[in-house]
Design a binder for this molecule. Sequence first.
Ligand SMILES: Cc1cc2nc3c(=O)[nH]c(=O)nc-3n(C[C@H](O)[C@H](O)[C@H](O)COP(=O)(O)OP(=O)(O)OC[C@H]3O[C@@H](n4cnc5c(N)ncnc54)[C@H](O)[C@@H]3O)c2cc1C
Length: 388
Amino acid sequence: MDFEFKPEEQKVLDDVEAFIKAESTEEMLAETRVIGACYGGKLGREIIKKLASHGWLVPNWPAEYGGLGASAKLTFAIRDTIAYHGLPASFVAAHMAGPTIMHVGSEEMKKEWLLPIARGEVEFALGYTEPQAGSDLSSLNLRAVDEGDHFVLNGQKTFNTHSHVADYHWLACRTDPDAKKHKGVSMMIVDFKSPGIEVRPMITLADWQTNEVYYDNVIVPKKNLVGEKNKGFYYLMAALDFERMFPTGGYRRLFEDMVQYAKETVVGGQPLSKRPLVRQKLAQIATEMEVCKLLFYNLAYILDTGQIPNYQASMQKMFATETAQRLTKGCMEVLGLFAQIKTGSKHAPLAGRVEWMNRWSIVETIYAGTNEVQRNIIALRGLGLPAN
Ligand SMILES: Cc1cc2nc3c(=O)[nH]c(=O)nc-3n(C[C@H](O)[C@H](O)[C@H](O)COP(=O)(O)OP(=O)(O)OC[C@H]3O[C@@H](n4cnc5c(N)ncnc54)[C@H](O)[C@@H]3O)c2cc1C
């Protein structure tokens, strides 16, 4: 694996960095934080559309679909830079739905969706989980009845983040109730403005909103079926491997600021950085962050060499999200009781970021498949152990 960027790739990275520094505002960063770094806020949309106009939202897509035909390595580095600077970093349309449409969508569907996605004009929300179907997604029940030129949908989703700010639902639904569980599922794109959809808020402990979404006789045109009917479960599983690539840029930024804080802050007559326990903790986190980087770019290497990431995506998701928890917990311990002071108070160290990023890090081991499920995937697909 080669970690060096070619000069032309480094130039793109420098340009992205300069663009973000020039265009970023405190208002946009605050808005992005409140909605959990998802893509849908007014100011977030403005800056990301400008960024996308350079091809930087989907750099690895072919030029005909709005990308730059760039390497996955450069694409990952740009995603990490976006996260590092606190811009919206979670894109369902660009990072999960788009690649699936490119692989299995009809030519008509590719024409309709890929360019608007690449330009950042539309955002989707992930519609997988239901009250009885989380880890075991194949138990999903939201029913889609085939009525010839359209489907009629009824049922309920839960924990559907982005749904209150996105334009479309990237929806998994049951099209054949008589087939085996994973063989009767289809994927559809549903306009959130369709009559019969109700989005109800669920506020997480990270403060940002996820949602319940109710479908009551919602009509979806046939052209919005993704790929083949009843093959949706396989598409969904492939899309999950795209979702399980977790840029740690936001946490790296916090860590770098924490190290600087430890160097500069004098407590009891000596800098925090001289305390043995602080040094041990920071050194441990630095090492784990380096492993996160290696696992992250390993996924890019797998893609750039024409392979498809599988259990390696689970390893990266699991290790990165747990490192994020250890990182923020470590920062809480270094800062002591001050760590609990919230953003907005003049007494909050690092502008209160440790406090809320600690709460964010808790939910990250749950979505995109819990880390217990990731360990099962690594055991099964990576080690060849029998299914449990
Ligand atoms: C903040 C947040 C945002 C989310 N956003 C979305 C979204 O946008 N779209 C969407 O569709 N979903 C979303 N989810 C749902 C998320 O994917 C599910 O919560 C997750 O997959 C777990 O499902 P569950 O909550 O039903 O828990 P369950 O599946 O009931 O699991 C409960 C516990 O049992 C463990 N467990 C379950 N099965 C196994 C097993 N086979 N082996 C070992 N342990 C097991 C789990 O690890 C967990 O600890 C989000 C969840 C959260 C918390």
